[in-house]
Design a protein around this ligand. Structure first.
Ligand code: PLP
Length: 398
């Protein structure tokens, strides 16, 4: 056996033993409690038709980077639409949310920029920060005090505080007002990843809802692949330096310059989703309604203090989503989470199974996502199966 084969087998065995193996199985036909299609737009015929028209007109691929010949009218139209929706002044579209985060952190980072990250920041923000060649500092989850201490005592002339408006795994919301005030006070930028808040709760996202859309010290990144049901990412700026920041980003972000532009069909589909949300902003409000139904139902199914665990004494904790579409069940070990997710898959239900490195050791989670199009009665029935399955493996504490 070659050294490579030996190593691959060994790594596979370790993942198996630790419950960290990951699969790419199809979820077709399963009840969806796992996807990020929060508004049910990914299968909306209006988006499919917009994508079809743009594909016929501009091609199946963009053929080049945005800075060569890859920019098509649909890109600019999408950027204008995103600005209207979020109340921001300038936008730059990337071919994914991941690349948007890599791009902006690389463009703002470097040895003279301190990057301050929340300890639960998404992998794309962590990777972007590492690639930026900046000094990095971490804060406890949501800690405004630690953020202020780091900003106040820094030796670098510039700083960017990096957070998610709504955290992807736990579903809780960042204290945007306080963080933005701290950034203004200490001459720093606040980078807010709105992947899980754009189109969720309020159509225009959490930064707009917090009246920060015009704040020049707030930079927003977003993905077009979750509530907007399409594909792609964007960086959005507000206030006076917005134009300068966009130009700087488009001229320096490696994941923008050295990447083929977002396919015209995806850009047009995202543009159509923006149009739908502008026309019917109440659609975004259906998600928190489903979340409330989910947490209420799970709260009843998991009464505090009950202890039905049989095999594994891990603890279950139902985490309220706060602002987003995520309800998270903290179930303890990665093995427990894997067992629960596999059993639910067998029962026809797809749930998110979050294990290290997506979460710290010992707090693996079953992540359930709400969708505007979930039928309330069916949802309650499905949640009863989820609760029964979880209870077989884990002790309930909340
Ligand atoms: C917080 C966060 N940021 C960025 C991304 C990446 O977005 P995309 O899937 O468009 O690359 C995701 C999800 O995948 C996410 O959850």
């Amino acid at each position: 056996m070659s050294a490579w084969q030996h190593w691959l087998l060994e790594r596979a065995r370790v993942r198996e033993v630790r419950g960290l193996a990951r699969a790419t199985d199809e979820a077709t036909g399963l009840y969806d409690l796992a996807s990020n299609d929060y508004l049910g737009l990914a299968r909306d015929p209006r988006l499919a038709e917009a994508a079809h028209r743009a594909t016929l007109r501009h091609g199946t691929g963009s053929s080049a980077s945005r800075v060569v010949t890859g920019t098509h009218p649909v890109h600019r139209e999408l950027e204008d639409g995103l600005c209207r929706l979020t109340g921001r002044d300038e936008a730059l579209v990337f071919s994914s949310g991941y690349l948007a985060n890599l791009g902006i952190l690389g463009a703002l980072g470097g040895p003279g920029t301190l990057l301050v990250l929340d300890e639960q920041a998404h992998a794309s923000l962590i990777d972007g920060a590492r690639l930026a060649r900046s000094p990095l500092a971490w804060t406890s989850h949501h800690s405004v005090k630690e953020t202020i201490d780091l900003l106040a005592s820094r030796s670098q002339p510039r700083a960017v505080v990096v957070v998610e408006s709504v955290y992807s795994v736990s579903g809780d919301a960042a204290p945007l007002d306080e963080l933005a005030a701290a950034c203004r006070r200490y001459d720093a930028l606040l980078l807010v990843d709105e992947a899980h808040s754009l189109g969720v709760g309020t159509a225009g996202g959490a930064v707009r809802a917090a009246s920060l859309a015009a704040d020049p010290s707030v930079v927003v990144t977003a993905t077009l692949s979750k509530a907007l049901g399409a594909q792609g990412g964007a960086v959005l700026f507000g206030g006076e330096p917005a134009g300068m920041l966009r130009t700087h980003l488009a001229s320096t972000a490696r994941s923008f310059i050295f990447d083929t532009a977002l396919a015209p069909g995806s850009a047009a589909a995202a543009g159509e989703a923006v149009r739908i949300l502008e026309e019917d902003p109440a659609l975004a409000g259906l998600v928190p309604e489903r979340v409330a139904l989910m947490t209420g139902t799970l709260g009843r199914l998991f009464p505090a203090g009950s202890s039905p665990g049989q095999r594994n004494q891990a603890e279950v904790e139902v985490i309220e989503s706060g602002a987003g579409a995520v309800v998270s069940l903290r179930v303890g070990s990665a093995e427990t989470a894997t067992m629960i997710a596999a059993e639910l898959r067998g029962a026809g239900i797809a749930v998110g199974c979050f294990r290290p490195p997506s979460v710290p050791d010992g707090i693996s989670r079953i992540r359930l996502t709400a969708r505007a199009t979930q039928h309330p009665e069916e949802l309650v029935e499905v949640l009863a199966t989820v609760a029964r399955t979880v209870s077989r493996h884990a002790r309930v504490t909340a």
